[in-house]
Design a protein around this ligand. Structure first.
Ligand SMILES: [Zn+2]
Length: 451
């Protein structure tokens, strides 16, 4: 790693905190999160910020920090993020993934973008507010969790289930995935996440004639299941246009204008949607999962002996539902592809929020534009899931809002979870300044306007 400097002489205090965080190996389910969370607790407590720890396993704690309001007349504002990261195994890195080296104007390492950089924005924003000593009309809260990249059962899922009281009164939260810049048709877009797809685990079972493996049989469960798997793999589920996807696409269309804008708007005409994807494939690809439920067969099970034809065989599927879509509609979509002669069981379903609460959106956008006059903020619906899905069950609306001004050749979405994850030096301070601006000038006024 000759070209990387590990010395931090020229870095800001925020970037140095980020380096420290990257150097804690917090690979999910392999390394405990505790040392990194203890470090954050130490940083906050040193500033006189109150913290409290909640854990299912002491090695995998969760930390809530609060700056209490003297008046407390408005609902608290929650910022939250995870300290765990995905593994680096099997990836080719050009540097030490937990070294936090500096090179090419970036800080390199696992978690730089997902989401230790963003976490550092939240931590340093919190510290700045405390140091400024400004009296806010709401409690400012920061929640740092473990286990986001796993199941959430030690992190946010656990907290929402076992400690819902810590979320009392909270209606709005700022979290990950959103606010990073990306160029599109010459415009500098800053997508801000307002909704995410929902996850469901679905089991599809085929029944058929069983018997001895020495005789020939037709229409067996195995044959029928294979037909279903083949159909699910080769057909996409029908078009589903929900209000949040429509909102996002319309906003981007009017931000872009011109031919691109017209093409995007055509996506919202159900008779045209799939034709547009065929026609413009690559360019519109990112919108496809937002307008279709999506299913992948991931496990097949059935049969117990080589000479016995099983009468029941099943497959398990990863089903992602469009935001605001219902599980009943998704099942109908599956049946429209494989027919109605299969048993379909919903094993698990993480329902997202049904209604978007966009109260904070305009003021979040305004804080971004005050910092970067070229910014064109747009709403974003993401195809993955975050801890926001747990909070939505408590009626808390998350906005993915951790602003980053990224160079054009640094593509946020393709670098997260990948090798050579990195964040530009100074990106954390850029985001921190916008967050502080929103805390001082945006949050309270957004709530007052909607009263
Ligand atoms: Zn993340």
């Amino acid at each position: 790693m000759e070209n990387f400097e590990t010395a931090a002489k020229s870095l800001s205090a925020s970037d140095r905190i980020l380096q420290d965080l990257i150097r804690f190996d917090t690979t999910v389910e392999l390394r405990p999160e505790k040392p990194a969370i203890d470090y954050i607790r130490m940083l906050l407590e040193k500033e006189g910020i109150e913290t409290e720890t909640f854990c299912r396993d002491p090695k995998r704690p969760n930390l809530m920090a609060t700056i209490k309001s003297e008046t407390g007349k408005l609902p608290p504002l929650l910022m939250y993020g995870h300290v765990d990261v995905v593994p680096v195994e099997g990836q080719e890195w050009s540097c030490e993934p937990f070294g936090a080296g500096v090179g090419d104007g970036c800080i390199w390492g696992r978690g730089a973008l997902d989401m230790k950089g963003e976490l550092t924005m939240f931590i340093t924003a919190m510290i700045q507010v405390k140091r400024d000593g400004v009296s806010l009309p709401f409690d400012l809260k920061l929640l740092i969790v473990s286990d986001e990249e796993g199941t959430g059962s030690w992190g946010m899922g656990y907290l929402v289930k076992e400690h819902p009281e810590i979320f009392d009164g909270i209606r709005y939260a700022l979290g990950e995935i959103g606010g990073f810049s990306m160029m599109m048709s010459g415009k500098k877009l800053y997508p801000v996440m307002i909704a995410e797809k929902q996850f469901a685990h679905v089991k599809i079972t085929a029944e058929g004639e069983g018997g001895h493996g020495s005789f020939s049989h037709s229409n067996t469960a195995m044959e029928r299941l294979c037909k279903a798997v083949e159909k699910l793999s080769s057909h996409s589920l029908p078009v589903r246009i929900t209000p949040s996807a429509k909102f996002m696409i319309e906003a981007i269309a009017s931000a872009l204008g011109g031919v691109e804008g017209v093409a995007l708007k055509l996506l919202l005409k159900p008779s045209m949607t799939d034709r547009m994807f065929k026609l413009l494939g690559k360019q519109l690809e990112i919108f496809k999962p937002l307008l279709h439920n999506n299913i992948n067969v991931t496990i097949i099970e059935g049969g117990s002996a080589v000479n016995v034809i099983p009468s029941r065989v099943s497959c398990h599927c990863d089903l992602r539902l469009v935001p605001g879509g219902s599980i009943e509609d998704a099942i109908r979509d599956i049946e429209s592809v494989i027919g109605t002669s299969y048993e379909i069981e919903v094993v698990e379903y993480d329902k997202g929020s049904e209604e978007l609460d966009l109260t904070l959106m305009d003021n979040l956008f305004a804080s971004l534009c005050r910092k970067d006059e070229k910014a064109v903020p747009v709403p974003l619906v993401i195809t993955g899931v975050t801890d926001g899905r747990f909070l939505s069950t408590l009626g808390i609306q998350t906005y993915g809002f951790t602003p980053m001004d990224l160079p054009e050749d640094l593509d946020f979405t393709s670098l997260i979870h990948a090798a050579d994850e990195r964040i530009p030096v100074g990106a954390v301070d850029f985001g921190k300044d916008i967050l502080v601006d929103f805390i001082y000038n945006g949050y309270a006024s957004a709530l007052e306007q909607c009263r």
